[in-house]
Write a protein that binds this ligand. Structure first.
Ligand code: HEC
Length: 127
């Protein structure tokens, strides 16, 4: 009886720990569709909101001396140029006529795409 009670408490603790970890991951990646997309509130900062997304999903292949597909990213000027050409939004939206990006990876969450779109629509500020 005592052991069963202990086991139950252990299980509950384990469950709550797992839940916490999951929540944390969702916050980090903004992947959940049932959580509000807070990144698009107010002015979208290039440095604080756009770069972290591009860094985790794009820069790995598109920086350095020989970026994939000869598509350079990773500086404000390069990222802005890609945005201006329409390729940034086209590729992450998996729009017709563009190669879907990130290559071989999951499509960015709608929150992340909305964040990048808002930065572009606001004039691609270096903010
Ligand atoms: C795993 C490596 C990899 C990742 C990650 C990656 N790319 Fe690419 N990207 C490529 C390769 C390889 C090509 C050239 C072949 C092609 O177009 O499919 C390419 C091509 C492109 C092109 C030109 C395609 C076109 O239709 O004109 C753009 C723009 C681009 N990537 C943007 C991005 C963006 C934005 C991200 C992040 C959301 C990203 N890439 C993530 C490998 C990658």
């Amino acid at each position: 009886m005592r052991n069963a009670k202990l086991l139950f408490i252990c299980l509950l603790t384990l469950l709550s720990l797992t839940a916490c970890y999951y929540d944390h991951e969702e916050t980090l990646y903004g992947a959940s569709s049932n959580q509000p997309c807070t990144d698009t509130v107010g002015t979208v900062s290039y440095m604080q909101k756009v770069v972290p997304v591009l860094q985790s999903s794009c820069y790995g292949c598109h920086t350095g001396a020989s970026p994939s597909g000869n598509q350079l990213m990773g500086t404000y000027a390069a990222d802005k140029a890609m945005a201006q050409s329409g390729k940034l939004l086209g590729t992450i939206n998996h729009a017709a006529g563009f190669s879907p990006m990130p290559k071989g990876g999951a499509k960015l969450s709608s929150c992340r795409i909305a964040t990048i779109k808002k930065w572009i629509d606001a004039g691609m500020l270096n903010n």
